[in-house]
Design a protein around this ligand. Structure first.
Ligand code: GNR
Ligand code: NI
Length: 173
């Protein structure tokens, strides 16, 4: 396994609609393993392929509690089969937008159809942090970031801050 570099907003690769994955082969399993390692290292509860520069429809996540056993998950070609009308607001962050946290309102529960690591199509219901996480990650696969739910003014301020951070990071290397 190896760590991959996480792209920072703004980056054109974070704004693209990602391509479905075909056969889940050794290359894709290696990518998923690397994404899990990168997510745990960050640390984060989720990571989508475009965040490591792969414009493909997969994401990884682990929203298990800190004290419990790790529960690494890989979802290929995910889509919603149901979204609850009941909404909930949670504070969100993103590894591609470090140190920014804002409230986002989304469905409280969702059902998702996806292919698991063995290529088998399964349906699963998520709630709470899991529901927030899968909606945040599926947005990444459609080129959408959580700041897209904020006002244009707030989003503009965040983007300006991120451009400054990226310049500073580029100077240091
Ligand atoms: O680590 C992450 N935490 C988080 C918290 C609230 C809502 C969504 C997330 S996902 C984020 C990691 C990330 O950027 N995934 O794309
Ligand atoms: Ni994110």
């Amino acid at each position: 396994m190896s760590l991959r570099k996480i792209l920072l907003h703004p980056d054109p690769r974070l704004k693209k609609a990602c391509e479905p994955v075909g056969d889940i082969d050794a290359g894709l399993r290696k990518l998923a393993d690397d994404m899990l390692e990168t997510m745990y290292d960050a640390p984060g509860v989720g990571l989508a392929a475009p965040q490591v520069g792969k414009v493909l429809r997969l994401f990884v996540m682990d929203f298990s509690a800190k004290e419990s056993e790790p529960d690494p998950r890989v979802l290929f070609n995910p889509r919603f089969s149901w979204l609850s009308e009941e909404l909930n607001t949670h504070e969100e962050g993103c590894l591609s937008i470090p140190d920014i946290y804002e409230d986002v309102t989304r469905s409280e529960r969702v059902r998702m159809v996806y292919q698991n690591i063995d290529g088998v199509e399964v349906e699963e219901e998520f709630e709470g942090l899991g529901a927030t996480c899968v909606q945040h990650e599926l947005d990444h696969l459609d080129g959408k970031l959580f700041i897209d739910y904020l006002s244009a003014i707030k989003r503009g301020m965040i983007t300006k801050k991120m451009k400054k951070l990226k310049k500073e990071l580029a100077r240091d290397t």
